[in-house]
Design a protein around this ligand. Sequence first.
Ligand code: PLP
Length: 405
Amino acid sequence: MPDLAFDHPAELHLNPARKAQYGPAQSAVLSEDGFAAAVAEIERWEGYAPTPVVELPGLARAAGIGWLGLKDESRRFGLLSFKALGGAYAVERLLAREIGARMGREVTLDEVRARRHPEIAAEITVCCATDGNHGRSVAWGAARFGCRCRIYVHETVSPGRAHAIAAFGAVVVRRGRTYDEAVRAVAEDAARNGWRVVSDTSYPGYMEIPKDVMHGYGVMAEEAIRQQPHVPTHVLIQGGVGGVAAAVLARYWQRFGAERPRCVVVEPSAAACILESARAGRPTVFPGDLETIMAGLGCGEVSPLAWTILEPGADAFMAVSDEAAVHVMRLLAEGALDPPLVVGESGVAGLAGLLAALAAPDQARALGLGPDSRVLAFATEGATDRETYTRLVGRRPEEVARRAS
Ligand SMILES: Cc1ncc(COP(=O)(O)O)c(C=O)c1O
């Protein structure tokens, strides 16, 4: 990679267990019907528009690959991240079930979307733990569909992220030192109070709702597949608990089978629970305080549902440093090679993994990356925390966006 000084070595673990067939165990988690239903429903939401795949020919040339595209989630539904698709969709489906149970008949998503039963919806409380973006989606869904909402944030979630959630009328509760501790706290409080947990991660005894969340994420992958005339050779997607990586991989796998793109899951080095699990051959807790600027990816435990798909399906797992993420945020904001783009801390991990691999000839070779590669990376968020973005990039997001237009 002659033109780009990208000196941020990454860890790489190739998956020796990659399978060709999307089997029954995977279909039981994420099904083609489940994805089709999510697409049909979310396309009906007010304000829906597919997000663009932005082509970056300048960066592709400098990095020595044939084509590079970024699926740009920075404006999704005004929530600024792909997470808008998952939590809110799961809230809508949960309300259909709950209102239906109270009325003694089936209630459709059309009825929930149109808020036909406001008194019953207002008696239901949904809740979850969040690093920021999932909670924003659940709170937004609760406000859209008319139920109550409580969102648990752990101690390092920034005030900006907490305010963005409260702005949708949710009660924000601070509990726990890490995301995983907040997940446990909200599960206990919900069981005591009769609230309904809408979590983006699964755990023993809680396996159904996260499937709805992940089917919602699949809308992003489906759009990307429809938007691209050529199947990419590689897809890079970041991992927190693994939900979005599993959804993207599952959709490409169902659609293209053994001919699917190579899928690389990229995490922060300080919270690489999926990579660690892949090395160990089973879900493994990542030790330490999980401190990373990539707030949405600071997770220590892979979602078991996501693992069912990632373990046999992913090609490789990578871990990148915070410095690598900041480098990519600035590179995209500067716009020296291509028009400027606003991508947030958690949104750049996949691209950081790509650039790190291209800077290390062994890794590039192991991943089959070269001049013929057509790579799609998912930029999963914009400036979801304005202050953090401005501090890290040295420019306000509006300034970058203005220069872009
Ligand atoms: C912007 C962004 N990208 C990626 C992820 C990772 O998603 P998952 O936890 O499903 O792996 C998150 C999680 O919050 C996120 O906020």
